[in-house]
Design a protein around this ligand. Sequence first.
Ligand SMILES: *Cc1c(COP(=O)(O)O)cnc(C)c1O
Length: 198
Amino acid sequence: MDQVELIAVSKLHPPSAIEEAYGLGLRHFGENYAQELRDKSEALKHLRGLRWHAIGPLQTNKAKYVAKSAHVFHALDRLEVAQELSRRRTGEPLDCFIELNAGGEASKGGVPLEAAEALLEAVRPLPHLRVVGLMALPPLTDHPEDSRAPFRRVAELARRLGLPQLSLGSTHDFEVAIEEGATHVRVGTALFGERPSA
Ligand SMILES: *Cc1c(COP(=O)(O)O)cnc(C)c1O
């Protein structure tokens, strides 16, 4: 099996927690909030080889922070945000995952599976973005197995679209995600413990 990249989700934990995890060898860190990402990347820029993954929903007016500080963006679900990220990005293109609403919940972010291809085609011409895969965060239930069917649907769609990467799975269901082909898992609580409340 190919290697799975572990993204340590450090949102709401202090920079000192990231430094500690970095000291243990972790290099990929996930943040949800654009300004928190900007502040932490500034505070920790002495840590060489650290890669920032922006994993939370993004408003257009905060895209500039992600364009500047992130190496990878996991929650692309609107063309408008993609355009703003591309406009603001300098240097290397920003690797992006299209986020799918794989559980079909009306209240959740992400595009319906049927809409992914159209978004992919719309984003493709943007010069400073590169769509590398699909991401999903299925509804949290008592049973990690409940994530298997949504993960499988996302993996099948990624294959059909020719996208090589899959960002699937958190503390609750990362083992199932890996079995279903995740290339990236986003794990917070299992690594850092419970988050301080926002
Ligand atoms: C917070 C978050 C995670 C990590 O969740 P844990 O349950 O702490 O592992 C993963 N993905 C996204 C999109 C998140 O917002």
